[in-house]
Design a protein around this ligand. Structure first.
Ligand SMILES: *Cc1c(COP(=O)(O)O)cnc(C)c1O
Length: 407
């Protein structure tokens, strides 16, 4: 098959809609367009039935005991905000301390920052150099004022999969609620809110071949029953936790995307892992000084985050314009700050600026991998040929020992 350009290898940012998901959604735009909250006619009943069906499917996918534990939102940003601010506000009389990690998504970190302005205390636990959070560090951060711990299932930059089950044992033992941003790991690595003692979980459809603008928050209903203060005032939808007319086609698509992963997720993960390893092997066969960021084995099958020393990630991306990837420089803002995730893992600024995140997924092929590997190897060599630092390194000069006159 001929290659089609541009080639998409940025599946951590978003995923294309699976055509099977699109087909499942279609009637809910055009024919059965009712408002799921309309109780007085067939249009409403049909929409409501579709939503309740989707709720059960999504609940089953994450190991929840009932569809009633699924609160639909506009996406994981909203789910993270609702979980953290909603719990903080409800349990404020019990304690004012929250524990999270330095490598969380901005939706979690910025929600915590907002709470700090309101008088809450937040402990940010660092990940190790491999991106792994140590459960003992979480345990050590807990105080008798801690009401919530928030740790992600898998990191969106380096793909490291966190020991949620161990962390869940600790939080349950201490009677502290555990929130997990499960967006990146869901469907790619085991996730089960019961087995892992997770009390709240954020998920979103567009990271698993579903539509954008549709997410959910899992809120445990028993042992313990989790309570939260709603962020939106209005009609009292979603058992009072999230007002607003439900995105029925989006929700139907979300559930379809989950069904597909329940059927095919395990086999798909193996196929994508194979492609990812092939890309990694080809690049390291052609190039020296390539550093793998994140944990070598405990990571998402489609994630490959590499630093190409002596090459600017931004420059490399420009050189491979018909391949969509992202770099460790620009992903957080318009400024060229190096990634806070890589920096907090202890990576030096140079290597953080040299990083490229390849995110592989469902529709990537072996031909694409081979093309991208060859192109990246060629461009890295070219860029290094123009680098005096690389030249010095090749001649055996220890660059770290040099005192630079100016920075
Ligand atoms: C993409 C992402 C989010 C945000 O989800 P949206 O549905 O786009 O708001 C939150 N957390 C993680 C880890 C993500 O990768």
């Amino acid at each position: 098959m001929a290659l089609k350009f541009p080639i998409y290898m940025d599946y951590h940012a978003t995923t294309p809609l699976d055509v099977r998901v699109f087909e499942a959604m279609k009637p809910y735009f055009l024919e059965t367009f009712g408002n799921a909250a309309s109780r007085t006619h067939q249009f409403g009943w049909t929409a409501e039935a579709a939503v309740e069906d989707a709720r059960e499917t999504i609940a089953r996918f994450i190991g929840a005991s009932s569809g009633k534990e699924i609160v639909f939102t506009s996406g994981a940003t909203e789910s993270d905000n609702l979980a953290i601010k909603g719990v903080a506000e409800y349990y404020a009389s019990k304690g004012n301390h929250i524990v999270t990690t330095t490598i969380e998504h901005k939706a979690v970190l910025d929600s915590c920052k907002r709470l700090q302005k309101q008088g809450f205390e937040v402990t940010y636990v660092s990940a190790g150099p491999d991106g792994l959070v140590n459960p003992d560090d979480i345990r050590a951060a807990l105080t008798d004022k801690t009401i919530l711990v928030s740790v992600m299932l898998a990191n969106n930059e380096v793909g490291t999969i966190q020991p949620i089950q161990e962390i869940g044992k600790i939080t349950r033992e201490r009677g502290v609620l555990l929130h997990c941003d499960a967006v990146q790991g869901l469907g790619k690595t085991p996730f089960d809110v019961q087995a892992m003692n997770v009390d709240l979980a954020s998920i979103t459809a567009h990271k698993l071949y579903g539509p954008k603008g549709c997410g959910a928050l899992y809120v445990r209903r028993s042992k313990p029953r989790v309570r939260l203060v709603a962020e939106l005032d209005g009609g009292g939808h979603e058992r009072g936790m999230r007002s607003g007319t439900l995105n029925v086609p989006g929700i139907v698509g979300f559930a379809k995307a989950c069904s597909i992963l329940m059927e095919e997720g395990a086999a798909e993960a193996e196929r994508i892992r194979g492609l990812r390893d092939r890309l990694h092997q080809r690049l390291t066969a052609e190039l020296d000084e390539v550093v793998l960021n994140g944990h070598p084995t405990l990571r998402l099958p489609g994630n490959l985050n590499l630093s190409f020393s002596f090459v600017e990630g931004e420059g490399l991306m420009m050189a491979i314009k018909d391949v969509a990837v992202s770099s460790g420089s620009a992903c957080t803002s318009a400024s060229l700050e190096p990634s806070y995730v890589l920096r907090s893992m202890g990576l030096d600024e140079e290597l953080a600026h040299s990083s490229i995140r390849f995110g592989l997924g469902r529709f990537n092929t072996e031909e694409e991998v081979d093309y991208v590997a060859a192109l990246v190897a060629e461009k890295v060599k070219k860029l290094r040929d123009m680098s005096p630092l690389y030249e010095m390194h090749k001649e055996g000069v220890d660059l770290k020992s040099i005192e630079w006159a100016a920075h």
